[in-house]
Design a protein around this ligand. Structure first.
Ligand SMILES: [Mg+2]
Length: 375
């Protein structure tokens, strides 16, 4: 494989803070309903009212003591918790988004160079910052204090010289934790940490590593670069660097997705109408799933085609109402295709993209939570 061997040189000239709100949805609910504070709170659609469906978005720390956690089926979570302690709150995404926006405005007062990765999580590059403060610990402290004072919510912060370590640090001590990883201690810090906690090691990689008798950061650090690359390809190379404390990825500020789309190139040109319809259906399904995952819907559907002469056409249709449903996206893409009147042409590329995107409102989102459960 075409990877160069890299000497381990640690660049420590950046100052990165990872902010992670503590049990965010649950904490926002506790703020709105203080009587929940001493209870075991599950933020989820109530499974008792939804044919046992629904997934836990967040559990508060009391509920976590009984083993409840996010992404768990809500039915399973409520069975773990004594009845007299249990509270189930349906998610109120509109409120979480509003609270998140407020917190992001605080980040914006510290630096324009921040990257939001979820409603409750962001990276800040404070190498240069608006506070003109060179002490990163003081900046992290300032952020924590402002958030708690102005929103009554706590967050945990991780401080380091790259994004990977900053995230590992914020996860190290929760809630209301503050952890710094300096370059000279990065490898020591990672050594005892179980691989499940490494950002970037998914379920499949975990399994494979366990099969190789690898359980901790220390085990990973003893692996050769070639083993990482031969076993896991490009991601292996990234992980090899990470376990040695190296991560050059930049903080991507204000990365707003303006469109969501999928396209495919075909080794064999598509000739038959049925083939094209089948592929459009497939692409519509992928795009619809991406939209749902990112809680977005759009008003414009763009169809892209390339024929066997490499001529490319894109045509769009815009609607009054938002589109997210797979069948609807397919129907529109098909309509655009039919209007182009090119059924005599051989097709080598097809793509469907949704633009004019907006986040879903609360009602639409909770509806989708039930739907995902059925899939
Ligand atoms: Mg969080």
């Amino acid at each position: 494989m075409g990877f160069l061997k890299i000497p381990i040189i640690i660049e420590e000239n950046r100052k990165i803070i990872h902010v992670d709100m503590d049990a965010f949805f649950a904490s926002v609910e506790e703020r709105a309903h203080p009587q929940y504070k001493n209870k075991c709170l599950i933020v989820a659609p109530d499974p008792r009212k939804n044919h046992h469906h629904g997934v836990v978005t967040t559990a508060n720390y009391n509920a976590r003591k009984y083993g409840a956690h996010s992404a768990m089926p809500a039915q399973q979570a409520i069975e773990l918790i004594p009845r007299d302690k249990l509270v189930i709150a349906p998610p109120n995404f509109e409120l979480y988004r509003k609270t998140s926006d407020y917190i992001h405005n605080i980040f914006g007062e510290v630096t324009d160079n921040y990257q939001s990765v979820a409603l409750d999580e962001a990276y800040l590059d404070v190498t240069e910052n608006k506070l003109n403060e060179s002490n990163t610990l003081k900046i992290a402290n300032y952020i924590q204090q402002r958030i708690i004072r102005e929103t009554q919510l706590t967050c945990s912060v991780g401080i380091s010289y790259n994004k990977f370590l900053a995230k590992m640090a914020s996860d190290y001590r929760k809630p209301f934790g503050r952890t710094i990883i300096l370059g000279e201690y990065a490898e020591d810090f990672l050594r005892p940490i179980p691989i499940e906690k490494f950002n970037g090691i998914g379920k499949a990689m975990q399994q494979k590593l366990h099969d190789m008798d690898i359980y901790t950061g220390g085990d990973l650090q003893e692996l050769d670069q070639d083993v990482f690359i031969n076993t896991f390809g490009k991601m292996g190379y990234i992980m090899f660097k990470r376990v040695h404390g190296i991560d050059d990825s930049p903080v991507n500020s204000h990365r707003v997705r303006k469109s969501i789309g999928r396209e495919r190139t075909y080794n064999q040109n598509l000739v038959l109408k049925e083939q094209i319809e089948k592929e459009l259906n497939f692409l519509a399904d992928l795009v619809s799933k991406d939209l749902k995952k990112q809680r977005q819907h759009g008003k414009t559907v763009v169809l892209k085609l390339r024929n066997s002469d490499f001529d490319t056409v894109t045509k769009r249709m815009t609607f009054q109402d938002y589109v997210q449903d797979k069948d609807e996206i397919y129907r529109i893409a098909k309509e655009i295709y039919d209007k182009l009147d090119i059924s005599d042409q051989k097709i080598r590329l097809l793509g469907i993209t949704l633009t004019n995107l907006d986040p879903l409102s609360y009602e639409e989102v909770s509806l989708n939570l039930f739907k995902t459960e059925d899939n």
